[in-house]
Ligand binder design. Structure first.
Ligand code: UT7
Length: 332
């Protein structure tokens, strides 16, 4: 049975840098508050005339292909994690397939928010292990900025989220790469972090354009305290579960790449698990929380900075809307 290895990583973030200072001109907030509560200094927001989820993903994918020494036509299947697709339907996978000129290959969308990339990697891993495909493109890409309420009413979410895309090429290999994935969810907390509409279970009148203009149901709603409390518990559980399943302990871990939700969450996990600064990768300071894109962007940057080396044990961990949480343990 083949194993799954990540053979190329890439990322793309929009050019437009949005500083905390700029946000303080839109809403009642300060650089000091945002830095202290989240660690974020700036994030990227798209220019709707230039960027789409699919074309950002294509740029990330091309970087990953180049680093893997492959060409577009080597890709046999696409797994695309996003909760912010360019259209309500069809999903982003088919739009990316079109961008890459790969008509005919299968394209699957995953909607598991911050855990989306790990869910997507897990799906790709199953296809590789069963021999269905040998080369799969796994994407996490999001445009959050256009769904944010950038007034003071929405400040607890507007300051956190950013846009971007990350890509991984995963391939069949004789030597282990992805050692395990663990996926979890608890739908009892679905409304703690969500965008309600365009939900289908509404009276027809509520889905008419004149009603839509009047509502906040198209904006991100988050109970930040509740999400934070669950996140710190589930992150730790996910990492411990991944290590235990592989008979490893925390000292075997070369690098933890957590979903970039809030620097305070990463620091809490680091302290609780006794990890040193070199064992945890953070780039939330520059990009904010890019939901499904955060892990592949962070992996791509960590790799480019020489922080992921052959034989390293890398742990990916995520928690977010759903609630969903997940881990992946990888021998590089
Ligand atoms: O991607 C995975 C999902 N997301 C997360 O993991 C996020 C988890 N949660 C968080 O990161 C934090 O809960 C937040 C950063 C969202 C909020 O930080 P907090 O320390 O939990 O603040 P809080 O919500 O308890 O609010 C404290 C105060 C409130 O004012 P009062 O009621 O004490 O007067 C808020 O109104 O801070 C106020 N506040 C702000 N002030 C300035 C909320 N947002 C802002 C803001 N600027 N942007």
């Amino acid at each position: 049975m083949p194993y799954t290895r990540i053979t190329g990583l890439g990322h793309y973030v929009p050019e437009q840098v949005i500083t905390n200072q700029y946000l303080s001109t839109l809403m009642d907030t300060t650089d000091e508050w945002i830095t202290e509560r989240t660690g974020i200094k700036e994030r990227r927001w798209i220019d709707p005339a230039k960027d789409t989820v699919a074309n950002m993903a294509a740029k990330a994918a091309r970087m990953a292909l180049e680093r893997a020494g492959l060409k577009e036509t080597d890709i046999e299947f696409i797994v695309f994690a996003t909760i912010t697709p360019d259209y309500f339907f069809p999903g982003s996978g088919v739009l990316l397939q079109r961008e890459l000129g790969l008509e005919g290959i299968g394209a699957l969308d995953i909607r598991n928010a911050c855990s989306g990339f790990i869910y997507a990697l897990s799906v790709a891993d199953q296809y590789i292990r069963t021999g269905t495909y040998k080369t799969i493109l796994v994407i996490g890409a999001e445009i959050q900025s256009t769904a944010l309420d950038v007034t003071t009413r929405g400040r607890n979410t507007a300051v956190i989220f950013g846009d971007g895309a990350g890509a991984a090429i995963v391939q069949a290999s004789a030597r282990p790469g992805v050692l395990s994935t663990h996926l979890h969810a608890d739908g009892r907390f679905a409304e703690e972090l969500y965008v309600r509409d365009p939900g289908s279970s509404r009276p027809r009148e509520e889905r008419q354009p004149e009603q839509i203009l009047d509502t906040t149901h198209y904006k991100v709603v988050m109970n930040g305290n509740q999400v934070f409390k669950h996140a710190i518990v589930r992150f730790s559980e996910a990492i411990e579960e991944a290590l235990a399943a592989n008979n490893l302990n925390i000292n075997d871990l070369s690098l933890l790449i957590p979903h970039q939700a809030n620097l305070r969450i990463s620091q809490y996990i680091q302290q609780k698990m006794n990890l040193n600064n070199n064992q945890v990768y953070n780039n939330i300071m520059r990009y904010g929380n890019t939901t499904a894109a955060s892990i592949p962007i962070a992996m791509s940057e960590a790799w480019a900075e020489g922080k992921i080396r052959e034989n390293d044990v890398i742990c990916l961990a995520a928690f977010g809307s759903g609630f969903t949480w997940a881990s992946a343990l990888i021998r590089w």
